[in-house]
Design a protein around this ligand. Structure first.
Ligand code: PLP
Length: 396
């Protein structure tokens, strides 16, 4: 037995796989370093710089020597800022004791699943899903129960679809609206039905609000945590990464009943001690400072979204549902794959990267077999170049 062969690794590591979106980005990066002109639509990352007021707050934190350990669950100012922003935007009423600051949204999702799920518990995950859910649920030893959604209804899950999959072992339902990868935005009343259903069965709902500020065509942001009587059922997983173009700063948060926050605090105290002190000060400014950069980014995404969907739907063999939020398009490329004699989105993406030098993420990563995900968080110029290449590739 040798560690070199991996045979000494703990068994639970085999329950997870590397994030496929990260894998595609790594392959695209490798080609770029070799000098290939790759158009990268794989990264779920705003192309905008972090706004100056936020950067300046971090610089001030440094010059003020705010560079030491902080409270495990984050500085009080930031927890207050998170609760205030959430209250202002959605009408919720959380207190700092019901809030934890984490090292990004991924971190809080990992921690929530680890503190909530026992081996054998079931967790409902609508398909298509964001890659990480499946792995973190598996890592907790729980079972993913996938719920298919209808593409012709914009991939929106319904309470009726979820109800069919509930069992006495169901512990948690994960909802991500707007959705990565489909851009589906759950109608408020349907989300409320899902929460009521969950509550009536003693099931918890984790709402991943990573993209909640990015809604199109007049969509009004809301939070399931604001639904009446749902504070003991709904748990919020939040992130500053996309809203404020802060992916590298690693700031996320959880809003939940105190018992859940306490469990996360225990875990976090052995895991990260605290989120980075400087990033926390920057996050306070992001949440309390002017919000106009968020509005400006949304306006830019809206233009790109229209362009991308129209271009995709003009390609023979490609059909794209209208994403109503986030910054992804999730076109069905089955027709193009059939025409080109390609069996799977994985093969489609590999061929597209190798031959047309466009990186996107195959649908298998999100649980579907006819789609690819395109991130349009990139400039119009790059979008045009990449879509020209995709179109040429699909036309054979
Ligand atoms: C749906 C969803 N939730 C959560 C996250 C976590 O983001 P971060 O860890 O950067 O805060 C992401 C990032 O891509 C995401 O797409």
């Amino acid at each position: 037995m040798s560690i070199a062969s991996g045979s000494q690794l703990a068994e639970r590591v085999s329950t997870i796989s590397e994030s496929s979106t990260m894998k595609v980005a790594a392959e695209a990066g490798r080609l770029k370093r070799e000098g290939v002109d790759v158009v990268d639509f794989s990264a779920g990352e705003p192309d905008f710089p972090t706004p100056d007021n936020i950067k300046n707050a971090a610089i001030k934190a440094l010059t003020d020597n705010f560079t030491k350990y902080t409270d495990t669950t984050g500085i009080l100012d930031l927890k207050k800022a998170i609760c205030d922003r959430h209250a202002k935007d959605y009408g919720t009423s959380y207190t700092p004791a019901e809030c934890v600051v984490t090292v990004g949204g991924k971190h809080v999702i990992f921690e929530l699943t680890q503190v909530l799920l026992n081996p054998g518990d079931e967790c409902i995950i609508p398909v298509p899903y964001w890659v990480t859910y499946k792995d973190v649920v598996n890592y907790a030893g729980a079972k993913c129960v996938f719920v298919d959604t209808d593409e012709d209804k914009g991939f929106n899950v319904t309470a009726a679809q979820i109800e069919k999959h509930l069992s006495p072992r169901t512990k948690l339902i994960i909802i991500n609206s707007p959705s990565n990868p489909s851009g589906a935005v759950l109608a408020r009343d349907e989300f409320e039905k899902i929460c009521k259903l969950a509550k009536s069965r003693g099931v918890l709902v984790m709402t991943d609000e990573c993209y909640c500020r990015f809604l199109y065509e007049g969509g009004e942001p809301y939070s399931a945590a604001a639904f009446e009587g749902m504070k003991d059922t709904v748990i919020v997983a939040g992130s500053l990464s996309k809203t404020y173009a802060m992916t590298g700063w690693r700031v996320g948060f959880g809003l939940a009943p105190k018992a859940v926050i306490g469990a996360i605090a225990k875990l976090q105290s052995h895991m990260t001690s605290n989120p980075t002190s400087i990033a926390q000060k920057a996050a306070v400014e992001a949440l309390n400072g002017p919000q106009d950069s968020v509005v400006a980014m949304l306006a830019e995404y809206a233009k790109r979204r229209r362009y991308v969907i129209d271009r995709l739907n003009a390609i023979p063999g490609v059909k794209c549902t209208e994403p109503m939020g986030a910054f992804y398009a999730y076109p069905n490329v089955r027709g193009a794959m059939n025409k080109l004699g390609i069996a799977t989105p994985l093969d489609f993406s590999s061929k597209l990267l190798a031959e047309a030098h466009v990186a996107l993420v195959p649908g298998e990563a999100f649980g579907t077999n006819d789609h690819v995900r395109i991130s349009y968080a990139t400039s119009m110029e790059i979008l045009a170049k990449g879509l020209d290449r995709i179109e040429k590739f699909c036309r054979g």
